[in-house]
Structures are given as C-alpha cells and as structure tokens.
Design a protein around this ligand. Structure first.
Ligand SMILES: [Zn+2]
Length: 250
C-alpha cells in the first residue's frame, strides 16, 4: 500500500484566516500536538516575509519532534537577485528546518502581470532557486501556485514550470488550487495530463495536492488527487485558511 504524506500548513496558510493569530508560543504548542498526531510535515511559516516565523524556527529547535519534519516556506527568488544574494532564499536557509517548500508561478498572466518578468525568466528562477536550496535540506518541495488555473489558461507553459522544478531538484511537485475554483471532475483530467506529460519525458515525479475550499470541494479534490496517484496532501487543521479555507486535514 502506498503511503500518503500529510503536510500541515495550519501555521502558515491557516493563519491567513480572518481573526486567526498565533503567537510563537501557540505555534510551538500546535507543532508538538501535530507531532503527536503523526503529521509527516509541518510548515512553520514564511521566514522571509514574517519575522515572527524566524522566531518560531529559532524556538522550535529546542524541542525534539518524534515524527514530524519541520518545513520553512517561501517563494522563488526575485529575478533581479542572483540566488546567492536573495534575502528570501537566505531567510529560508537560516531557518534551519529539515526541509523547504517554495512556491512559484504556473500561470502565464501572473508572470507577466504580477512578477512583470518574461515567461522564460520565470522558468529560470524556478529552477535555480530550487537548485540553490537543494544541497542544504533533506526535503525540498515545490508548490505550483494557481497550477490548475494556469493549466486551463496555457497548459504547455504550466507543464513547463513543473518540468523546471524537477530539473531544479524538487522532491515533490504540489499542484495548488490557490483560488479553490477547480471542481472535482477537472482535477482528475488535469492530473492525468501532468502524468502523461512526464511519462512522455521518461520521468515520474512525486505529486501532491494543495486545495483551497472556495467551491467547498477541497477535501473531495484532495481525495481525487490521491486516487490519481498523488502522495502528499497539504491542508490545515479544521480547514482554517484564507477566505473559505484550505482542505480540512481532520
Ligand atoms: Zn494555499
């Protein structure tokens, strides 16, 4: 039987929920409880964006976790910074966690309108940000932000972002339904297309799912992804998260 990894992001994505604030002490207590539950990965925060996250990573080092691996979260480097001079990547390394998850853009319009860089340059920062982080961690995951919407808009480009994450050394590609607008029947077809894309390249990267609940189908979408072969499910306790929340791990 295949093992499904549970990746909890209550301490990061969960805290995007309205009126949901956690002190460093709260985060430590929740981490210890998640460890007791046997959660495989705990995302502790985004040290580059949030100083309290760095404080948490310093504090949690004093504790011994029995099972869970701690993950630091951040983004691909800024295009103008070489990987070795990017403050966000440096903060991720400084967190000293067992692993790092970075997110990058899969949707062409977010590359040209939000990052305001060329599509090829986005592929470069995905690959070289991961390659830079790779030697320092045991676990390196890639969150493909807005992957399903990106795939619907421009499938060839969305798939190429994943290929470059594999080239950069990602252990797992997490397909994110960041807006929560993808319905279960669409999830199945798009994951199948991702698998066909990699099979044609002679590759079979591990896939994960990160679903938001705006259509009230985050859990359903996650179950379908697992049925399709995804080996990692990202979500939060009680489904806490931005807007309508994340997939509810409980
Ligand atoms: Zn999310």
């Amino acid at each position: 039987m295949k093992k499904i990894e549970i990746y909890d992001t209550t301490l990061r994505d969960g805290t995007q929920a309205e009126n949901f604030n956690l002190s460093v002490e709260d985060k430590v207590r929740i981490t210890l409880r998640l460890d007791e539950f046997g959660v495989d990965f705990i995302e502790g925060g985004w040290p580059g964006a949030n100083p309290a996250s760095s404080e948490f990573f310093d504090e949690i080092r004093r504790y011994h976790l029995k099972h869970s691996r701690l993950m630091a979260f951040g983004s691909t480097r800024m295009f103008r910074n070489p990987p070795g001079e990017d403050a966000n990547l440096a903060a991720l390394v400084a967190a000293g966690a067992a692993g790092i998850t970075i997110f990058g853009k899969s949707w062409d319009i977010h590359v040209t309108e939000a990052l305001r860089i060329a599509l090829d340059d986005n592929l470069t920062i995905i690959e070289d940000s991961l390659a830079f982080l790779r030697p320092g961690v045991d676990f390196l995951f890639y969150d493909a932000e807005h992957f399903f919407d990106g795939y619907k808009a421009r499938p060839d480009y969305a798939l190429e972002t994943l290929a470059r994450a594999v080239a950069g050394g990602a252990d797992c590609l997490i397909l994110c339904d960041t807006n929560g607008g993808t319905l279960p029947h669409e999830i199945r077809g798009i994951i199948a297309a991702v698998q066909e894309f990699f099979t044609a390249r002679g590759e079979s990267p591990r896939l994960g799912i990160h679903a938001h609940n705006d259509s009230d189908t985050a859990v359903a979408n996650s179950l379908i992804a697992v049925d399709q072969g995804a080996v990692q499910v990202q979500g939060t306790i009680n489904g806490y998260g931005e807007r309508c929340g994340n997939a509810n791990l409980t």
